[in-house]
Design a protein around this ligand. Structure first.
Ligand SMILES: C[S@@+](CC[C@H](N)C(=O)[O-])C[C@H]1O[C@@H](n2cnc3c(N)ncnc32)[C@H](O)[C@@H]1O
Length: 313
């Protein structure tokens, strides 16, 4: 399955890998969004994984435009870290509802919906732990913003950051984001690049074999058909002493299945539940308040660190 045809194959549309009912309700939701209808159906509401949207780790503000007729600024927001306000980046994080041809014809679109909580959490973790990021860094499956990789480029003393995803629309948006932040001088001397990179596309991976000190990704473990490709891509992209930071909620047994595959591939896997004070505080608060919107299984990102078996524990 490594030829071009397989690279173009569609990814699973389901985002939590649970029941057919949920998948059916999601499709109803998607149909309604596409038709721009009011979403009133309780079953559909229940199926939306956007019930809990953010850990509130970044403040979103509209950049100030000095030109009163410049409407291009409307699409941009500045993400400023709440806990590290010296760090911010300009983003376009709302691409509007997907067009019908995009949903039907393009590769997986889950990265064009929003910045998912795992990506937000990973971006915050990068700011909190910038010392862990060195040399060449790659984000896989970064969606339409690659917020985590962007924050590494903004805060860490690294040589190169590659922002990637398998979806062309995501990467088109990320290209614009990189340009805008480069112009604003956000990256210092770090070289930031973008590319469409498919985990299941051998040429994509072999071109970058063993190139990275750090590989990172968020909320990418639920694709049944790409899980083992993702493990393989991480293993091959990492240099022998490299480390991968993988953030994802449990989503049924999908995180567990990924861990097992990674171990079988010879990677040393460590699972961290309480990796950040601020994220943990929000998590505890949501549980204590019994917020119906918050479902730990799909909203609380765990952190997996992956290292090559050659490294001491
Ligand atoms: C749920 S989204 C997560 C996006 C982003 N990390 C976030 O959390 O906001 C999953 C991402 O994985 C990407 N993806 C899925 N299968 C892929 C594959 N085989 N190769 C590369 N990217 C893939 C999708 O395009 C999508 O952007």
């Amino acid at each position: 399955m490594n030829d071009d045809a397989s690279c173009a194959a569609n990814a699973s549309k389901s985002h939590d890998g649970v029941t057919t009912d949920v998948a059916r309700a999601r499709w109803t939701l998607l149909r309604q969004v596409l038709r721009k209808k009011q979403v009133d159906n309780p079953e559909v509401k229940q199926a939306s994984v956007r019930r809990f949207a953010t850990f509130n780790l970044f403040e979103r503000t509209r950049p100030v435009s000095h030109d009163s007729v410049d409407t291009s600024e409307e699409h941009w927001v500045e993400y400023t870290s709440v806990f590290f306000p010296q760090y911010s980046a300009f983003l376009r994080d709302n691409l509007g509802p997907p067009r019908i041809n995009e949903v039907l014809n393009s590769f997986d679109n889950t990265g064009n919906v929003c910045v998912w909580p795992s990506e937000e959490t990973m971006a915050h973790y990068c700011l909190q732990n910038s010392h862990l990021f060195t040399g060449n860094v790659c984000e896989l499956g970064g969606g339409m913003t690659c917020l985590g990789g962007l924050m590494v480029a903004v805060c860490a003393d690294v040589k190169e950051v590659l922002l990637s995803d398998g979806n062309e629309k995501c990467i088109h948006n990320v290209r614009g984001i990189v340009e805008r932040n480069m112009q604003a001088g956000k990256f210092g001397s770090t070289h930031v690049s973008t590319r469409v990179l498919r985990w299941d596309c051998d040429p994509d991976i072999s071109a970058l074999e063993a190139h990275f000190d750090v590989v990172m990704c968020a909320d990418c473990l639920f694709f049944d058909q790409y899980r083992s490709s993702l493990v393989d891509a991480i293993r091959r992209l990492l240099q022998p002493n490299g480390v991968a930071f993988v953030f994802a909620p449990l989503r049924g047994d999908t995180l567990q299945m990924f861990s097992q595959l990674a171990q079988q591939a010879g990677l040393l896997v460590a699972r961290h539940q309480q990796y950040d004070v601020q994220v943990w505080d929000v998590h505890q608060k949501m549980l204590q308040e019994g917020k119906e919107a918050y479902d730990e299984n799909i909203h609380y990102p765990l952190l997996l660190t992956l290292k090559k078996g050659s490294q001491a524990q």
